[in-house]
Design a protein around this ligand. Structure first.
Ligand code: G3I
Length: 360
């Protein structure tokens, strides 16, 4: 099935004489029965790599692969390359699932973006046990980064070395195990180990709400500018862009422009537009907002100098694959945050992305 044209199944489904209630129920479950929007393959329509977060489970689904391989040229592991999956309770490493993602990317000629090495949410027991001995802790910290980033050196084009370092409200930086031991030096220390592990990967800081919260963006940029002053090997900034459909026009563009003023590469790294909020907005208005924001984000990235256009990644392949359709974030199970609906059909947001990216 070509993901950008209605599949036989989709046509049959759409043609079924469904009672209105069932039709509405299908639509409410997020299975868009509306006519798909003819859209060229996204990766052919943009002057930058177009990526998707993928999972080992998704790769077992032929339709998922069809949408992925038709539209995307870069992948990020949704979960499999994170500490919660790799670091075992006894302190050893398991790369089985991470290797499956890397192998799939290699076999299908997809760029691989590594995500993520250090994240404030993790406080593994094997590290907690060393927190009182800075030298031993740093050996373990460095060993983990060297092992993970080193394993994919030569394949990964970039890494989210530190994920979400800024406090939720933008007032300072996250408290976390890493900061408890190293202070904020945990960030440059992680970047230095990542650089030793992989001399060629673009090394990123990655965070969210940089579009909707100028204070958080300012705090993020203060950290970036300090790292640049210190000569830390930072090469790129990821703005996750998990947004709501009522986000003001221009907010994403302003964030991309300001982040790009650092001269670093920019990755719209986890784009999705939840339809779970705001509640009083109609579904139609939310889908229109989703398309508006997809176009704005694509335009903003395309407007950067070529050297700064790292990529645009949607956080999932089809709506039903999204983290926003799985517990604990699933809401009523009808969210439709991505460019392709549950059936793998292109949505208005996909066509809007193509318009914004400048594609034919
Ligand atoms: O698949 C296993 C299952 O076998 C096991 O029984 C179960 C036990 O808890 O875990 C399952 O793995 C879950 C995994 O998603 C795959 O579904 C993990 O528990 C769960 O923690 C993991 O959640 C991911 C989350 O990050 C935490 O890593 C989400 O899928 C992922 O979309 C989300 O992505 C984050 C980015 O990394 C950073 N930015 C925000 C974004 C959304 O939260």
């Amino acid at each position: 099935m070509n993901a950008n044209r209605p599949s036989r199944r989709a046509l049959l489904t759409a043609g079924l004489a469904l009672p209105m209630g069932a039709l509405a129920a299908c639509r409410d479950r997020g299975q868009a029965l509306a006519a798909p929007v003819p859209t060229p393959p996204l990766k052919a329509a943009a002057p930058f790599p177009v990526g998707a977060a993928i999972s080992v489970g998704g790769l077992e689904d032929a339709d998922y692969q069809e949408v992925l391989l038709t539209n995307f040229s870069q992948v990020t592991a949704d979960w499999e390359m994170k500490m919660e999956q790799i670091l075992q309770l006894d302190g050893t490493f398991s790369f089985a699932k991470a290797d499956m993602i890397a192998a799939y990317a290699r076999e299908h000629g997809l760029r691989l973006h590594g995500h993520n090495l250090i994240w404030y949410i993790y406080k593994p027991a094997s590290f907690e046990a060393l927190a009182g001995d800075r030298a031993a802790f740093e050996r373990a910290y460095g060993n983990y980064i060297l092992a993970v980033a080193g394993r994919y050196a030569g394949q990964a084009v970039g890494w989210d070395v530190v994920n979400e370092p800024v406090a939720e409200d933008g007032d300072g930086y996250r408290d976390c195990l890493w900061r408890r031991v190293f202070g904020m030096d945990y960030v440059p220390i992680a970047l230095e180990y990542a650089r030793r592990a992989d001399p060629n990967a673009v090394l990123f800081l990655n965070d969210y709400n940089l579009e909707s919260n100028p204070k958080k963006r300012a705090t993020f940029l203060r950290l970036v500018e300090d790292l640049q002053r210190r000569g830390a090997p930072i090469g790129g900034l990821g703005t996750q862009t998990h947004v709501q459909p009522d986000l003001a026009s221009g907010a994403i563009a302003a964030a991309v422009r300001e982040l790009a003023s650092t001269g670093l590469k920019i990755h719209v790294s986890e784009f999705d537009v939840t339809l779970q909020h705001p509640r009083l907005m109609s579904r139609e208005a939310k889908l229109a907002g989703e398309a508006r924001l997809a176009q704005e984000a694509a335009e903003a990235l395309a407007a950067l100098p070529a050297a700064q256009r790292y990529g645009f990644t949607t956080w999932g392949v089809r709506d039903k694959d999204s983290w926003l359709r799985h517990p604990p974030n699933a809401g009523d199970g009808t969210d439709a945050p991505l460019f392709f609906d549950d059936l793998g059909q292109a949505k208005p947001a996909a066509a809007a992305f193509v318009r914004g990216a400048g594609g034919a």
